[in-house]
Write a protein that binds this ligand. Structure first.
Ligand code: GDG
Length: 744
C-alpha cells in the first residue's frame, strides 16, 4: 500500500478557536482541490496509492491538534502531519527568505530582494525540520510530492538520508533566467539547486522556466543535461513542464447554482447598461495592480465615449500584510483609485468599484460570469489561475480575457488579448477592442480556450506529474541495473582468471586518465603505468590502448610498454612488439576546408582551440563558458554537416570536442579487427566517449563492455567514474578470493 505524501508550506486547513469552540476550515486553494479531485478519479483508483498524507506548518497548537483536530479529521480523506515551528523562526523563514528574497527575485523584482544571512539560516532550519519530522515515518514505497519555493532545500535533505525515496518537486512560481538567479550569493544558489536536484522530477509551469532551471544547474552545479534529463551525482533527474490546470467542472458547474444565479441578478440590476471589467488578485506587487489602474485611467482619458458606460470592479485580496513592501503598496493603490474616481466620477457613475477582501466562492463565480472583460495583467506570474477560472466560468462563452504576456498562462491561452502590462497604450487598446468585440468572435476565442482547459484540467495535471515521476524511477532503475556491482565484478574476475587468452581494449582519455584542461597535460600517472605493466606482464594478455590521440603522443607516453597502441581511432596502430603502421591518407587537402571553419569558431568562443592530428582535425571546447561552448558546438556540427555532404568525411560529436575524420575509420572497425586477429577467450572493453560507443556496438556480446559514467550507452555495464577504472583493472590481476566479494 503506497502513500502519497504532499508537502507544502501550510496544511490544507486552518483551525479557528472561539473560546471552547474549535472549527476546522478546509482551504479552497487550487492544490487542495487538485489533489482531492485526483483521488476521486479513475486514475487514482488504478494506481497503487491508497493513502494520502499532508504535511505542513500548523497554525494551531500541539494540544489542539491532539485533542480537537485529530478527531475532527476523521471525516477527511487524508491524514495530517503538522509541523510546529517557533514563531520567530517561522517569520524569518516565511516573511524573510521565502517572501522577501526568493519571491521578489523569482518574479524579476531584484530591487526588492533582501539579502540577510539569518533569513537563509532560518529557511534552512525550517526545511531541515520538515525533513527530520518526515524521515522517521517514511516507508520505502511512499511517493513524496513537495510544493513550492518555501521548500526548495527539502528534496536534497530527504535524499541525503533516504537515497532511494521517490521525490517529486513542483515550483508554482516562475524560475527566473540565469542572469537573475546568479545574483544570489554563491552558497545560497548552490544550496537551492542542490536541494532541488535531490528530487527525481522537478516540475514547472512553462517551457521557459524549465530551460532557465536547466541552464542554472549547468552553470552553477556544472551538471550536464541532455534535453530535460540531468545526470547529477550519478542519478538521473528530470525537469519538465506541467502547466497546472483548474477544476474545470467546479467553475463551469456554478452557472446553474441558485445562489450564484441570484447574485448575478443582483449585479445585473445594479449595473444595468454598463459593461463590467473585472479583476481579482492577492495584494502583491507582482500582480501589476498599479499599472493596471494607470492603463484603465489612460483608457478613460483617451476614450471619453466609454465614460459612464463601463465600471472596473477591482477586487484585492489581503495578503502578506506583515511585510512592508506589501502594506506600502496598498496605500499607493488606494490613492490611485481615489484619484481616478475623483477625476472621472459623476453623480450617477463611479468608474472603479474597489473591494479589499476575500470574496465568498459563489460571489467570485457570479462576478466571473457577469464580467464582460477580465483584465488580468500581472507583471510576472508563475501561471495565474484566475485567468483560467474566468474562461471556465463564462456563460454561453461570452466575455473577453485580457491577459498579461508575462503570466505563465499566456503560453496556453493564446486566444486571449495578450498585452504588455506596463504598456498603457497596449492595455488601453486591448480594453477598447475587448469592449467592442463581436459576440461570434468572443465565442470562438472562448471555445478554443475552454477546450484546452477542459482537456488538461487539474486532475490530468496531478496524473501527469505522478506518471512522469514513476517513469523517472523506472529509468533510474534501468541505469542502476547496468551498474557494475560487486557480484558482476566477481564474475568478470573469475572469467578473466579462467581464460587462457585475453584481449583488453582500453580507451585513454576519460578512461585511463581523467580529462585535463589541455590535451598535452594528460600524461599517464605512475599508478596507471604500474597497472598497465602488471597487465602486460601476464603472457595471456593482449593489452590494447585505443585512442583518438596521435601516434606520436601515444608512443611518447606508452611506447615503452609491451602494448598494442591504436591512434587516431584506428588510422595508425602499432601491434605489440612491432613498429607503427599508418594507413594511407589520400591527401591532407580536405583539412584546408575544415580548418578555417574551426578557426572561426575559435574566435567566436573564447577558450576553444583547434588540434590537428595526422588524420583528424578537432575543435576542443572543454575550457569555454559551458553554455556558449555547447551552443557553438551545435552550430559548428551543423555547419560541418552541411559542408561535408557527399564527402568521405564524418563529424564526431565527442566529449567537449568536435572532430572531423575520414569515414570508415572508427574504433569499432579496429576493435573488431583486433579481436578477430587475437582470437581471445575473454574480451574486456572500457571507454567513456561517443567514439567508444562504436566499439561497444561492434563487439556486442563478444566482449564485456563497460562505459565510464552514467548515461545512455550500448555497453553492458557502467562504472560511475574514471576513478573506478584502475582499481578494477588492478583487481583483475590478483587471484580471486571469495572474501573480496563478501556481502554480495
Ligand atoms: C501561485 C502562483 C500560480 C483569489 N481571490 C479570491 C479567490 N482567489 C483564488 C482564485 C485562484 C487563487 O485564489 C489565486 O491563484 P493565482 O494563480 O491567481 O495566484 P497565486 O495565489 O499567486 O498562486 C501562481 C498558482 O500558485 C498555482 O500554481 O498560478 O502563478 O503565484 O484559484 O480563485 N478565491 C475566493 N475569493 C477571492 O477573493 N474564493
Amino acid at each position: 500500500m503506497a502513500r502519497l505524501i504532499i508537502i507544502s508550506n501550510r496544511l490544507p486547513f486552518s483551525v479557528d478557536r472561539d473560546g471552547d469552540q474549535v472549527t476546522i476550515r478546509q482551504s479552497s486553494g487550487g492544490l487542495v482541490s487538485a489533489i482531492k479531485s485526483y483521488f476521486e478519479s479513475d486514475a487514482a483508483r488504478e494506481s497503487n496509492i491508497t493513502e494520502k498524507m499532508w504535511m505542513g506548518v500548523a497554525d494551531f497548537s500541539k494540544e489542539d491538534f491532539e485533542q480537537e483536530v485529530t478527531p475532527k479529521l476523521q471525516n477527511y480523506d487524508f491524514t495530517a502531519l503538522p509541523l510546529f515551528v517557533d514563531k520567530a523562526l517561522y517569520k524569518d523563514y516565511y516573511n524573510g527568505f521565502s517572501n522577501s528574497t526568493l519571491w521578489p527575485l523569482f518574479h524579476y523584482f531584484p530591487s526588492l530582494v533582501e539579502y540577510h544571512q539569518h533569513y537563509f539560516d532560518a529557511y534552512s532550519k525550517v526545511n531541515a525540520l520538515f525533513a527530520e519530522t518526515l524521515l522517521p515515518i517514511l516507508r520505502p514505497d511512499d511517493v513524496i510530492w513537495i510544493h513550492d519555493y518555501q521548500l526548495m532545500l527539502l528534496p536534497g535533505m530527504l535524499r541525503a538520508r533516504a537515497p532511494k525515496a521517490t521525490i517529486g518537486f513542483f515550483l508554482h512560481i516562475p524560475f527566473p533566467s540565469y542572469e537573475i538567479f546568479r545574483t544570489l550569493p554563491t552558497d545560497w544558489k548552490m544550496s537551492l539547486l542542490r536541494g532541488l536536484m535531490g528530487a527525481d522530477l522537478v516540475g514547472f509551469h512553462t517551457y521557459d522556466y524549465v530551460e532557465h532551471f536547466v541552464q542554472s544547474v549547468r552553470m552553477v552545479l556544472g551538471a550536464d543535461n541532455s534535453f530535460r534529463s540531468i545526470q547529477y551525482q550519478n542519478r538521473l533527474v528530470k525537469a519538465d513542464l506541467f502547466p497546472i490546470g483548474i477544476d474545470y467542472k467546479k467553475f463551469s458547474g456554478t452557472v446553474n447554482n441558485p445562489e450564484v444565479q441570484e447574485l448575478r441578478a443582483e449585479v445585473q440590476r445594479n449595473f444595468e447598461n454598463k459593461k463590467i471589467i473585472f479583476s481579482v488578485d492577492r495584494l502583491d506587487y507582482t500582480k501589476g495592480l498599479m499599472d493596471r489602474l494607470i492603463g484603465f485611467e489612460y483608457f478613460l482619458t483617451q476614450h471619453p465615449e466609454w465614460q459612464e458606460r463601463v465600471v472596473f470592479m477591482l477586487n484585492v485580496v489581503p495578503s502578506r500584510d506583515d511585510i512592508v513592501a506589501y502594506t506600502r503598496r496598498k496605500r499607493t493603490i488606494e490613492e490611485k483609485i481615489s484619484s481616478i474616481n475623483g477625476k472621472f466620477s459623476s453623480i450617477s457613475w463611479q468608474p472603479v468599484i474597489y473591494r479589499y477582501m476575500h470574496l465568498p466562492f459563489n460571489e467570485l463565480c457570479a462576478l466571473y460570469q457577469m464580467a464582460d472583460v477580465a483584465l488580468i495583467t500581472p507583471l510576472r506570474d508563475g501561471m495565474n489561475l484566475v485567468a483560467k477560472e474566468y474562461v471556465a466560468s463564462t456563460v454561453n462563452q461570452r466575455g473577453v480575457l485580457i491577459l498579461s504576456e508575462l503570466a505563465g498562462a499566456a503560453s496556453e491561452l493564446n486566444e486571449a488579448l495578450l498585452v504588455n502590462p506596463t504598456d498603457v497604450k497596449d492595455v488601453s487598446n486591448a480594453i477598447v477592442r475587448a469592449l467592442s468585440m463581436p459576440v461570434p468572435e468572443q465565442k470562438q476565442r472562448m471555445a478554443l480556450m475552454q477546450k484546452r482547459l477542459m482537456d488538461y484540467d487539474v486532475e490530468r495535471w496531478v496524473n501527469d506529474f505522478l506518471d512522469q515521476l514513476n517513469n523517472v524511477k523506472t529509468e533510474q532503475l534501468k541505469q542502476q541495473t547496468k551498474l557494475l556491482d560487486d557480484s558482476i565484478t566477481h564474475q568478470l574476475h573469475e572469467e578473466y582468471q579462467q581464460a587462457t587468452r585475453r584481449t583488453l581494449l582500453l580507451d585513454y582519455d576519460g578512461t585511463l586518465v581523467p580529462f585535463a584542461r589541455l590535451p598535452q597535460e594528460a600524461a599517464p600517472t605512475k599508478e596507471l603505468l604500474s597497472v598497465l605493466s602488471a597487465l602486460c606482464a601476464d603472457k595471456k594478455n593482449d593489452v590494447v590502448v585505443i585512442s583518438g590521440r596521435e601516434a606520436a603522443t601515444l608512443e611518447q607516453w606508452l611506447g615503452k610498454l609491451p602494448l598494442t597502441l591504436v591512434a587516431e581511432h584506428g588510422a595508425s596502430y602499432k601491434m605489440k612488439g612491432e613498429t607503427w603502421f599508418h594507413s594511407e591518407t589520400v591527401s591532407d587537402k580536405w583539412k584546408e576546408e575544415i580548418r578555417p571553419v574551426m578557426q572561426t569558431f575559435v574566435s567566436r568562443c573564447v577558450g576553444s582551440f583547434v588540434e590537428e592530428k595526422k588524420n583528424t582535425i578537432a575543435w576542443h571546447y572543454r575550457n569555454t563558458h559551458p553554455d556558449l561552448g555547447f551552443s557553438r558546438s551545435r552550430e559548428l556540427i551543423n555547419n560541418l554537416n552541411m559542408l561535408l555532404q557527399n564527402t568521405q568525411l564524418q563529424v564526431i560529436d565527442g566529449n567537449k570536442v568536435v572532430e572531423v575524420r575520414m569515414t570508415g575509420m572508427d574504433k569499432g572497425v579496429m576493435a573488431r579487427k583486433l579481436v578477430q586477429e587475437m582470437n581471445p577467450e575473454f574480451v574486456l572493453c572500457i571507454g567513456d566517449d561517443t567514439t567508444d560507443e562504436d566499439m561497444f556496438k561492434a563487439l556486442g556480446n563478444q566482449a564485456h563492455t563497460i562505459k565510464v559514467s552514467n548515461g545512455p550507452t550500448a555497453a553492458q555495464f557502467t562504472v560511475l567514474s574514471q576513478q573506478n577504472v584502475l582499481p578494477l583493472l588492478e583487481e583483475l590481476t590478483l587471484p580471486v578470493t571469495n572474501n573480496a566479494y563478501a556481502g554480495t
